[in-house]
Design a protein around this ligand. Structure first.
Ligand code: ATP
Ligand code: MG
Length: 310
């Protein structure tokens, strides 16, 4: 069974269609990146999934339970980490964890174990005595993740957890999420403005703009769909203009142009590319490098979204 199923979800605020017939799923053990520009509808969708808001129409199921009919079951099954906490409790991190664990209904040895487990998992031990109001952004995210994991949810919904983190904290977050999904089988929905920030850790992405999903699936598949022609780079011990002339003469080769590291060109498929390589070798061209070029992720994202703010 899917961990999260969003079906035909609609949420409007006055004239603004914040969420406009959104559909997608997240499977157990899968990390799904929810990508879109400011105001695209990410937070609104995530809040509905977490039972903090109700849709105008459509439904969300978490572990098979509907947010409309079984919100309590949904809350037990998921952990939501908002992009910002409304208020900061003025207490040591250890007390804050204890308070949150009790709020989740944990008591006695079960509570002690839950706190010990999340502190160990998130590496929070050195921060336990610090006051929550004095935590840095990265520390706060770590404490937020610990709180989100206290009741051992099967689905994690994280609203822009990487925003404002330094590169090391980002790598650490990435590692924690990989462990949660790959080793513990949890489903993760994680939002960001930036596709490149998530592409390495996400199995799948859903790209949203103005409330509508404009692309979803594996990043490689989306790249291929947007750029159906394969691009290749040829580097050889020869003058650039000789190589360019040679490539331009090959059947099926298009878009020949020089780049810093060699000559780039497009062909329809792999067979055509291998023919180009054979012909180059036959011609006595001393090939040093021949490789396919992936579409730049930022380019893919920009071509999907127009950046319009509602
Ligand atoms: N409570 C609300 N009342 C009125 N409009 C709202 C409310 N919440 C969200 N909106 C509107 O819904 C749209 C989507 O907002 P949302 O916060 O879901 O976007 P987002 O993708 O999370 O953006 P960001 O990347 O800036 O966090 C925006 O136009 C926003 O102004
Ligand atoms: Mg948001």
């Amino acid at each position: 069974m899917s961990a999260l199923v969003i079906r035909d979800l609609v949420r409007t605020f006055g004239d603004v269609r914040a969420v406009d017939h959104v559909n997608f799923k997240v499977e157990p053990g899968e990390i799904c990146g929810f990508i879109g520009p400011n105001g695209a509808g990410k937070t609104t969708t995530m809040r509905i999934c977490s039972t903090l808001d109700l849709p105008d129409s459509g439904d969300v199921r978490v572990g098979g339970r509907s947010v409309l009919t079984h919100p309590r079951d949904v809350r037990r099954a998921l952990g939501f980490m908002p992009d910002a906490y409304a208020s900061e409790p003025n207490m040591p991190v250890s007390d804050y964890l204890d308070f949150q664990a009790r709020a989740q209904g944990l008591r006695g040895p079960a509570k002690t174990k839950a706190i010990r487990d999340v502190v160990e998992f998130t590496g929070l031990a050195p921060l336990l005595k610090k006051d929550t109001t004095t935590l840095s952004k990265g520390m706060r995210q770590r404490a937020g993740l610990a709180v989100t994991l206290l009741h051992d949810p099967t689905l994690l919904i994280l609203d822009e957890p990487a925003a404002g983190l330094d590169p090391r904290a980002r790598v650490e977050l990435r590692e924690l999420l990989s462990l949660l999904a790959n080793d513990l089988g949890k489903a993760v929905l994680i939002s960001s403005h930036i596709l490149t920030e998530l592409s390495e850790i996400c199995d799948v992405v859903a790209v949203i703009e103005q409330g509508r999903i404009c692309a979803s699936g594996r990043v490689e598949d989306i790249q291929r769909e947007l750029r159906p022609h394969a691009s290749y780079l040829l580097r050889a011990l020869a003058e650039h203009d000789v190589l360019e002339r040679f490539l331009a003469e090959q059947p099926g080769v298009r878009d020949v142009h020089g780049e810093a590291t060699g000559i780039a060109f497009s062909v329809d498929d792999e067979l055509a590319a291998s023919r180009v390589l054979s012909a180059a070798v036959r011609e006595g061209i001393q090939v040093v490098e021949f490789k396919s070029i992936e579409a730049d992720l930022e380019e893919v994202f920009l071509s999907l979204t127009e950046g319009a703010i509602q």
